[in-house]
Design a binder for this molecule. Structure first.
Ligand code: R5P
Length: 325
């Protein structure tokens, strides 16, 4: 009987959108590979085009894109890149979206609203994505929106290490800036061996980006408060929380957030005297003019690279966070 041999060796291909090439380059460096040459452009009428400079047939492709402003453009670019891979016979395509676009539109808060986070998952699927990799989803249930595997990574180990090295943990209280972050803040409090406080935040559904603090549950007097959030957009949530903590006698306020969206007026309000330090990761690009002396940006690249390696090798992403998150 003739023996059939197949050339079934997988080939890892790493592709970068144009939103945050530095992050993709850092991931490539961690993995010890190079980014696939990609010709991506925008035509005069705003349409986007992408083509790969080498064969991607049979490859295991990872398309990294940061969903920063202009988010719709970068989303479309990633969809087009996935489509190009599918039509060029890539074997498996993973959308790497460290900051999942439209994640905050994850449910119908009121009648006649969209569930845009679900729509995004459907769009990735329709384009040809087999799996999604993301960091600190605004709501873990978003994983269920995509019909396929979702690798949900946590930035907590990266952020935790920074605070473990810098703070006297005996005086720390972990603070959740709203009800949505309590579960994550609770894990932080376990990891730091510190008590937990919770802020009752209110938003006016008819006035976007306006925030008010109703009360603080827990003791923050003379404590160094570590405010943890998944993202900072306009900075209002953190600003109001920090001011309320200081008013209630907090000795210091430091902030840990994964995604630095930093829409206006974030950079201005985060430099408030009520905030001693803001620590974020580089899931989104941060231009120099959006940095200041009390901002620390930690790299998420090693975490992404490790997860990509685990997926490629059919290893375990969960094991990366065993006992951590
Ligand atoms: C809310 O649920 C989120 O976790 C963030 O706290 C919020 O979206 C941050 O927005 P902003 O910085 O505009 O207050």
């Amino acid at each position: 009987m003739a023996q059939i041999t197949t050339a079934n060796k997988k080939n890892l291909v790493l592709i970068s959108g144009r939103a945050h090439p530095q992050l993709a380059e850092s991931v490539a460096k961690e993995l010890g590979c190079s980014l696939t040459e990609t010709d991506a452009r925008t035509f005069a009428n705003g349409e986007i085009y992408a083509r790969y400079g080498e064969s991607v047939r049979g490859c295991d492709a990872f398309v990294i894109q940061a969903h920063s402003h202009p988010i719709n453009e970068w989303l479309m670019e990633q969809l087009i890149m996935v489509d190009a891979l599918k039509r060029a016979s890539a074997k498996r395509i993973t959308v790497v979206a460290p900051f999942y676009p439209y994640a905050r539109q994850d449910k119908k808060g009121r009648g006649r609203e969209p569930i845009s986070a679900r729509l995004i998952a459907d769009m990735f699927k329709a384009a040809g994505a087999d799996r999604i990799m993301s960091v600190d989803l605004h709501a873990a249930q978003i994983q269920g929106f995509f019909d396929g595997p979702v690798d949900h990574l946590f930035a907590m180990p990266v952020l935790l290490e920074h605070f473990q090295e810098k703070l006297n943990l005996d005086e720390v209280t972990v603070v959740s800036p709203d009800m949505g972050r309590v579960r994550v803040a609770d894990i932080w409090s376990d990891k730091l061996g510190a008590p937990l406080a919770i802020i009752h935040k209110r938003r006016d559904p008819l006035v976007p980006n306006q925030v008010s603090v109703h009360e603080i549950v827990g003791d923050v007097k003379d404590r160094v408060c570590v405010l943890v959030d998944d993202l900072i957009d306009t900075g209002r949530t953190i600003q109001k929380a920090a001011e309320a903590l200081k008013k209630n006698g907090a000795k210091g306020v430091v902030v840990a957030a994964t995604h630095a969206v930093f829409s206006d007026p974030a950079v201005e309000v985060l430099q408030s005297d009520a905030i001693d330090e803001v620590v974020v990761t580089d899931t989104l690009p941060l231009p120099e003019e959006k940095k200041w002396d009390r901002l620390t940006v930690l790299s998420i690249a090693p975490l992404l690279a490790r997860a990509i390696r685990e997926v490629f090798d059919d290893g375990s992403v969960t094991s990366m966070f065993d006992g951590q998150a």
